[in-house]
Design a protein around this ligand. Structure first.
Ligand SMILES: NC(=O)c1ccc[n+]([C@@H]2O[C@H](COP(=O)([O-])OP(=O)(O)OC[C@H]3O[C@@H](n4cnc5c(N)ncnc54)[C@H](OP(=O)(O)O)[C@@H]3O)[C@@H](O)[C@H]2O)c1
Length: 348
């Protein structure tokens, strides 16, 4: 049976949930996808790293991390990726879940590049690589004969990129608009109910849904990165988050929420894009939503994206409640995609 060796770069909320999901689905991966998976390396920023070519003790690493202890001292993230590249497994996969770097998409871009340079596949829930460097990384992956996948980066594991890539051949996406940031959606709904901003944000932080630096959510950087990622992949755009017209929530937002509600509308943070190729323009705007709009009735932990296409008209994808398991599933689905591609190549 083909073996997949994995290195986890980042072992926070998403990385640890992904590791648990792998343990829970180990037999299913063997039975349904003929894939024997083991994690051989884990690296973090401040909690050390561990490596064992026979497979690391994931439960032990989880317990040490939960207790605030170091995982070990087996090298930097780039060294762990280098050791992954020397594995003799059929598939070598670097799983990137470090924190989003809003200045330039680092350190994640460097991790993806190092993996591809070492002929490892790269999967990530981090928006940085696809929002800042999609074209470059995709070209590099093609040249290396490897996959660069990121289903967990936008709307957690709800299939957006897969939907278009796998099930909508020959369809052109002409634009999109949607609610793609759970933290601000939750805060705006709470303000509408007259609840304090800080308490709503604290709930999202407690659930591990807000970014490590919550200002990335509140100031609209997270939806801007998602808008850039969607525009680059679905519309062949050449956008970075800094080119996305952007607003966030501020001191006057509560008044604006109340004014919209008094007029029978809802104020929501909407990401959108239109155009094609280098003409794609993307934006994140506080928008008053009319009651007959599909975005109006979304629950306060929901996301939704409406794609405008040439052949299928408008398609709406809703995620009723995002959570860490769904993001971790996005990574798992990328792993299965790589296994399927590899099986096809081996048969060819
Ligand atoms: N949380 C969600 O619901 C969610 C949903 C979709 C996408 N995402 C994305 O997924 C990624 C991870 O999110 P998270 O919630 O898991 O974040 P997190 O809990 O803050 O964990 C981030 C992990 O990355 C590690 N790290 C940071 N810089 C590193 C570096 N240079 N080398 C190696 N490791 C490094 C951290 O190390 P330490 O442990 O030492 O700090 C930590 O283990 C982010 O990019 C986020 O935007 C998150």
């Amino acid at each position: 049976m083909p073996r997949a060796d994995l290195a986890l770069v980042g072992f926070g909320h998403v990385g640890r949930r992904f590791a648990q999901l792998l343990e829970q689905h180990r037999e299913l991966l063997r039975r349904d996808h003929q894939l024997d998976v083991r994690i051989i390396g884990i690296s973090t920023a401040r909690h050390g790293s561990t490596f064992d070519e026979a497979g690391v003790d994931v439960n032990g690493a989880n317990a040490r991390r939960a207790a605030g202890q170091n995982l070990g001292a087996c090298g930097t993230s780039l060294e762990i990726i280098g050791r992954l590249a020397r594995s003799d497994a059929t598939l070598r996969v670097m799983v990137e879940t470090t924190t989003l770097g809003m200045v330039d998409g680092q350190p994640a871009i460097g991790h993806v590049e190092a993996a591809l340079d070492g002929r490892c596949h790269a999967i990530t829930a981090n928006k940085g690589p696809v929002a800042f460097a999609y074209r470059t990384l995709n070209d590099k992956a093609c040249r290396a004969g490897c996959s660069f996948l990121f289903e967990g980066a936008v709307m957690d594991g709800i299939p957006i990129f897969n939907l278009v890539r796998e099930t909508m051949p020959a369809v052109r996406v002409l634009g999109f608009r949607g609610i793609v940031n759970t933290t601000t959606q939750h805060i705006l709904a709470a303000l509408e109910r007259g609840e304090p901003f800080a308490e709503a944000l604290a709930r999202m932080q407690a659930e591990g849904i807000a970014e490590a630096d919550a200002s990335l959510d509140v100031e609209g950087w997270d939806p801007a990165a998602k808008a850039a990622a969607l525009a680059n992949v679905l519309m062949d755009g050449d956008v970075t988050p800094h080119l996305v017209e952007r607003v966030g929530l501020g001191p006057s937002t509560a008044d604006a929420v109340r004014a919209a509600a008094a007029a029978g509308r809802r104020l929501r943070l909407v990401a959108s894009a239109s155009g094609r190729g280098r003409n794609v323009r993307a934006a994140v705007r506080l928008t008053e939503i009319e009651p007959d709009d599909i975005l109006f009735t979304l629950p306060d932990t929901a996301n939704a994206l409406v794609l405008t296409t040439d052949l299928l008209g408008e398609i709406a994808v809703c995620q009723m409640a995002g959570n860490l398991t769904q993001t971790a599933y996005g990574l798992l689905s990328d792993l299965v995609t790589i296994a399927r591609r590899s099986a096809v190549e081996r048969r060819a």
